[in-house]
Design a binder for this molecule. Structure first.
Ligand SMILES: Nc1ncnc2c1ncn2[C@@H]1O[C@H](COP(=O)(O)OP(=O)(O)OP(=O)(O)O)[C@@H](O)[C@H]1O
Ligand SMILES: CC(C)(CO)[C@@H](O)C(=O)[O-]
Ligand code: BAL
Length: 620
């Protein structure tokens, strides 16, 4: 039995062993030594750790873990959190823990329960976490003085933990086992994320040409930190709490421009927007900001376009926000995290409609069909760079998030997920992409060879992120629909795929976001596509050759239309149909009208007279 238990709360002089002489282990070992304990050995794997032992713990032998545990009365487990449970259990299995031995770990997230295997062998389990960051040098020793330590241990031995902390100059703060993860999350959020924030601020100042950003930031950040620690939100200063919308708009614009220029700063605008949104909401709660300027700020901060961007509803915060959406507005979410929050608590079936925005009635048909099939409808709006080849219209593609949200409010979407490319592809282009196979190489795939790999990859990702029961796609993109069905079938993706008929204008033109590119003359020329398809379908009874000839004749005669392809294919496999094919076919067309590439298609019944039209009869 050790002196610690004999003498009650005073550990006395102990033989200390250190398992894992990383920064924390070496510094705490050195502090315990200074407090009069003897360090009997330390285990160290890396060269760095051995060097550290030489400097901070001169004369201490480097031993194996087993030897350290065997020789020590107080074992300091200063290993990474994830290693700790297995290490403790492994040593127990091998029978190394000793009765009366103090086993102390310094993980923030765990309490003393993780040491249960040692406790069962009669050891005294203590969890002692310094709320401090370490460099692994002697500088840290002075930081221990007055440093708070979270202490968790079974009641009877808690005083031993407290006494050890006091010996090395720290301030013990007793924490119940159950709150350790929350405690540790708070420290990581405050300290680690502060480093990210300050680093971003430093880099942005550098970009602004400030030579000594550290010097410029130190007095202000020190004052802000002291103020926040003393007064919380009551200490908030700056444009958000002043309701200075114009200034925040300028900030967002300047940061977006910087991010566009310098990919290393690409994460700054979103961080700024996210923190400014939260700051706005907290300022309202704290009674420091009125609702009108708060809503203006939230609208601005939710917009990807930033300055000049129209007002937008904002993501539902985790707790009810003082500035709320009207009940019919869909909740707009921009990040994966916000999406998870918006989906949390949904009960019943969920449908997804994936779009690239610039929504029209065709898209709204998809949402209406979704409403009929599910309790919750999620619409994604994402112009997916991966499905555009260089030279295609990715940059020019119409974007109108504010208009889209207004339209979606009318048909009743619940959640709109409109992420930035960096949110969908945080590592840039994905290393692993889906191969659409031969079905992706025909029709659209001949002109856009990389297109369907990009489509299927993003559809797959969005299905994983949204986790719907049903996904709806338009028949206007018939090849896309066929490929999504094939992917879901071949990869056992377990989502129902529903096709929705093509919505057309009264004159037959299929609705498409790209119709916005057309001049009035071009729009007239574009009618040739649907007219050709109608002519082809009407010739179905005559078989494939007649269908193609009838459609081609219309296209040939059309001014301003440059054909890419006209094809009659199997609707499921997309294989070109033989001349003697009967039954269902898909007649698909793609053509340029001016610089705009349009697609359209129609179902054709081959070898059977066309369906009767009311008022006519097919009977002889
Ligand atoms: N006219 C339409 N009728 C029915 N569904 C449509 C129509 N247009 C698009 N969709 C469907 O809406 C979904 C999203 O398509 P997308 O956002 O690409 O719109 P789009 O109008 O087809 O744009 P573009 O033709 O410029 O690519 C797809 O499933 C697509 O098939
Ligand atoms: C399915 C889709 C949203 C994937 O980007 C897109 O191809 C579209 O809009 O059809
Ligand atoms: N509607 C298909 C998407 C695209 O053309 O990229």
């Amino acid at each position: 039995m050790s002196e610690a238990t004999r003498e009650g709360h005073r550990p006395g002089r102990l033989g200390v062993g250190i398992v894992g002489a990383g920064r924390v282990g070496a510094v705490l070992g050195s502090a315990l030594r200074a407090a009069g304990h003897a360090v009997v050995g330390a285990s160290a794997v890396s060269e760095e750790s051995r060097d550290r032992i030489e400097v901070l713990l001169p004369g201490v032998p480097v031993l194996s873990v087993e030897e350290v545990v065997e020789r020590a009365e107080l074992v300091l487990l200063t290993v990474p959190d994830d290693v700790l449970p297995d290490l403790v259990a492994g040593m127990a299995e091998l029978g190394h823990w000793q009765a009366g031995q103090i086993v102390l770990h310094t993980s923030g997230r765990f309490g003393a329960d993780v040491l249960a295997p040692a406790r069962r062998a009669g050891a005294i389990p203590l969890a002692i976490h310094p709320a401090m960051t370490f460099t692994g040098t002697s500088v840290d020793l002075s930081r221990l003085v007055g440093c708070p330590f979270a202490v968790s241990a079974p009641g009877p031995v808690l005083p031993i933990a407290q006494a050890l902390v006091v010996e090395i100059g720290g301030e013990p703060v007793v924490l119940p086992e159950a709150v350790r993860p929350l405690y540790h999350a708070a420290l990581a959020h405050g300290a680690n994320h502060l480093v990210t924030l300050v680093t971003q601020a430093t880099r942005v100042l550098q970009a602004a040409g400030v030579e000594e950003p550290g010097q410029m930031l130190t007095p202000l950040l020190t004052a802000a930190l002291e103020g926040a620690l003393r007064q919380g939100e009551a200490h908030l200063t700056g444009p958000v709490v002043r309701g200075d919308v114009g200034t925040v708009r300028d900030h967002v614009a300047a940061l977006a421009a910087l991010a566009a220029e310098d990919p290393a700063q690409a994460d700054v605008p979103e961080t700024y927007r996210a923190l400014a949104r939260v700051t706005t909401q907290r300022a309202v709660t704290a009674g420091r900001l009125r609702e009108a300027p708060a809503q203006a700020l939230l609208d601005l901060l939710a917009s990807p376009a930033g300055p000049g961007g129209a007002a937008l509803p904002v993501a539902a915060p985790a707790h009810p926000a003082p500035v709320a959406d009207t009940p019919t507005d869909p909740v707009l979410v921009r990040t994966r995290e916000e999406l998870v929050g918006a989906l949390r608590g949904q009960v019943g079936r969920r449908a997804v409609v994936m779009t690239m925005g610039a929504l029209h009635e065709g898209h709204l048909d998809l949402v209406r069909a979704a409403r009929e099939r599910a309790e919750h409808v999620v619409v994604t709006i994402f112009v997916n760079p991966l499905q555009f080849a260089p030279g295609e219209d990715f940059e020019a593609y119409p974007r109108d998030l504010a208009g889209d949200l207004a339209r979606l409010a009318e048909v009743g979407a619940d959640v709109v997920f409109a992420p930035e490319p960096a949110e969908v592809y945080p590592q840039g282009d994905p290393v692993v992409q889906l191969d659409p196979g031969p079905m992706g190489a025909v029709l659209e795939g001949r002109t856009r060879p990389t297109h369907f790999a990009g489509v299927l990859t993003v559809v797959n990702k969005l299905l994983h992120l949204v986790r719907p029961d049903v996904a709806l796609f338009g028949e206007k993109d018939a090849q896309q629909l066929a490929l999504v069905r094939a992917m879901v079938r071949d990869l056992d993706m377990g989502v129902e795929v529903v096709g929705v008929p093509i919505r057309r204008d009264a004159d037959g033109l299929a609705l498409s976001s790209r119709n916005a590119y057309l001049s009035a003359d071009e729009r007239r020329s574009a009618l040739a596509l649907s007219a050709a398809l109608r002519a082809g379908a009407a010739a179905g009874a005559g078989g494939p050759a007649e269908v193609l000839a009838a459609a081609a004749a219309v296209l040939d005669a059309a001014p301003g239309v440059r054909l890419d392809y006209l094809a009659l294919v199997d609707p499921d496999t997309l294989a070109v149909l033989d001349d003697d094919a009967q039954g269902a076919g898909l007649l698909a067309v793609a053509a340029w009208v001016g610089n705009t590439r349009l697609i359209d298609n129609v179902a054709v019944t081959l070898g059977v007279p066309p369906q009767s039209v009311p008022g006519e009869t097919d009977q002889p």
